[in-house]
Design a protein around this ligand. Structure first.
Ligand SMILES: [Cu+2]
Length: 242
């Protein structure tokens, strides 16, 4: 009993000071993402996680209500390459502390100048624990890059695309019951303008993070330190445009 509760504490203590991550840039065409932090990303001022599930900060992070000055241009069906880093984006080894095992989830909403609160989101993609490996560790091995395709039938127009690293190294205790613990969410919202095509699909799942992400919810309250069969990420199933 004591061992199973103490072990995660011992394993995760170093992560308190050495973890964390921020989105550096996104590329629509598989070229290395250029720095989008002051242009099309609503970048937070720090690389700290967000844990308060009642706060709009879990949607587009702490500066999520401040529009970025420009948009990343992409075409329907483009594969977006996201690039994450820890402190130094020029150091290919400085991405994320490997203690931060967890999922990577990507959502889309029609563009808003607001902070993303409310039932406006649809899930574009999710990676959890597949083939014996966590998505965040695959991302580290891939140089901080995560690829997500935009739907081919996506209607032209402006969108927010939100990618989240969902680190579970503290998620074996509920964040609302044990101070400093719970799932760590690293969300980042990218302003994307989809240009071209004749698609008509618009995100219609109506997912609301502040209602759908729960402290005791599936995918957010999970012990990675004991054997498990399966991990199911939070949120709706991946959106299939009609
Ligand atoms: Cu961290």
């Amino acid at each position: 009993m004591f061992l199973t509760t103490l072990l995660p504490l011992l394993l995760t203590l170093p992560a308190l000071t050495s973890g964390h991550a921020t989105l550096f840039g996104v590329s629509p065409n598989s070229s290395p993402p250029s720095d989008g932090r002051t242009t099309y990303i609503r970048s937070p001022p720090t690389n700290d996680p967000v844990r308060d599930l009642a706060s709009p900060n879990i949607i587009c992070n702490t500066a999520g209500g401040t529009p970025a000055p420009s948009f990343l241009s992409a075409a329907p069906g483009d594969t977006l390459t996201f690039r994450w880093f820890h402190f130094n984006p020029s150091d290919p080894g400085d991405i994320l502390d490997p203690s931060h095992k967890g999922a990577i989830l990507t959502y889309i909403a029609k563009y808003t100048t607001g902070n993303g609160a409310g039932p406006i989101w649809s899930k574009l993609a999710e990676q959890g624990f597949e083939n014996g490996q966590w998505a965040t560790l695959k991302m580290i091995a891939n140089g901080g890059r995560v690829e997500v395709a935009l739907p081919k039938g996506l209607a032209p127009g402006k969108y927010l695309v939100r990618q989240e690293l969902l680190a579970l190294h503290m998620a074996d205790f509920r964040g609302d019951l044990v101070p400093g613990r719970g799932a760590e969410i690293y969300p980042s919202c990218v302003q994307v303008e989809v240009v071209g095509g004749s698609g008509t699909a618009v995100p219609d799942q109506g997912f609301d993070f502040n209602k759908g992400y729960k402290y005791d919810g599936e995918g957010l309250f999970f012990n990675i330190y004991v054997p498990f069969q399966k991990y199911t990420p939070p949120g709706p199933k991946v959106w299939v445009p009609k």
